[in-house]
Design a protein around this ligand. Structure first.
Ligand SMILES: Nc1ncnc2c1ncn2[C@@H]1O[C@H](COP(=O)(O)OP(=O)(O)OP(=O)(O)O)[C@@H](O)[C@H]1O
Ligand SMILES: [Mg+2]
Length: 256
């Protein structure tokens, strides 16, 4: 059998006396859309930061396609195909929506560094960037300055920027936070279609249980840095410990 896309072995992290990852071992298979859930402070963002190199690993190992990446810098992991959504500061407000997505698209093609005035000549990258924008529902906004976007649309743009470098594995930490229902639906439909396309494997941190259960093939539940439950949505929804620490009535409301 081929190696999992990402394998985590015995990952631990402490912030002073607070344990935010306790001997976590799990792997992510190619193509399997996974949601990571858990109460506030459970260690979800820490987990992603450890996997993507934004936090140094104190104990344990991270393997990407069988290769030990534990000590690699963020940009080295990105080059290998591990992406995460950029923070708001990484959207250039003075550029158009399309230009923001063109930057990683051109970098991928090894053509970065040219003046922006020549970007319009790069037809292939432009088409690719336009395609990514359409997939997240921003196709009609391409020529607007990024600064003119609503908060939710900016978040969509961040996801589009992350997607434009065609990561094999993409972590999205609460991508729908602050979005209105229309923006949320647009993004989730985009993620669903992209996930089905098979090019990118998604790992989402998400608080909205409707979203989690509708989208995910697998749900990982963290609680105080520990792996509380890991399995298909139906099993997680029925798990007594998960209900106790986190889901409670939300699960019943989200159940069909
Ligand atoms: N850099 C840091 N230094 C010290 N403590 C931190 C740091 N980052 C996070 N923490 C603490 O670690 C715990 C886990 O935080 P983390 O952000 O991983 O949780 P989370 O599951 O993403 O929560 P949320 O749902 O609120 O986003 C929290 O108690 C938080 O205050
Ligand atoms: Mg978080």
């Amino acid at each position: 059998m081929s190696a999992p896309l990402l394998e985590v072995r015995g990952l631990s992290n402490h912030f002073g006396s607070v344990c935010t990852a306790r001997d976590l071992s799990l792997s992510f298979a190619e193509g399997e859309l996974t949601s990571v859930i858990g109460p506030n402070g459970a260690g979800k963002s820490t987990f992603i930061n450890l996997l993507t190199g934004h936090l140094p690993v104190q104990a344990g190992q991270v393997l990407f396609r069988g290769r030990d990446v534990t000590g690699l810098a963020v940009h080295q992991r990105v080059r290998l195909g591990m992406g995460r959504s950029f923070q708001i500061a990484n959207v250039f407000p003075g550029l158009t929506v399309l230009e923001n997505v063109l930057i990683p698209a051109l970098a991928l093609a090894g053509r970065a560094g040219r003046p922006l005035s020549r970007i319009s000549g790069e037809r292939e990258a432009r088409e690719q960037a336009q395609g990514v924008l359409s997939r997240v529902g921003l196709g009609a906004e391409a020529e607007r300055p990024a600064s003119a976007l609503s908060h939710g649309d900016r978040r969509l743009l961040e996801v589009a920027v992350a997607l434009a470098s065609r990561p094999a594995l993409l972590f999205l930490d609460e991508p729908t936070a602050g979005m209105n229902p229309v923006e949320r639906t647009r993004l989730l439909e985009g993620i669903r279609a992209l996930s089905a396309g098979g090019q990118t494997t998604f790992v989402l941190v998400e608080h909205d249980m409707d979203v989690v259960f509708a989208l995910s093939a697998r749900v990982v539940v963290l609680h105080r840095g520990e792996l509380l439950c890991d399995g298909p949505p139906e099993r997680v929804r029925a798990d007594a410990r998960v209900r106790e620490v986190y889901l409670g009535h939300e699960v019943e409301e989200a159940a069909p």
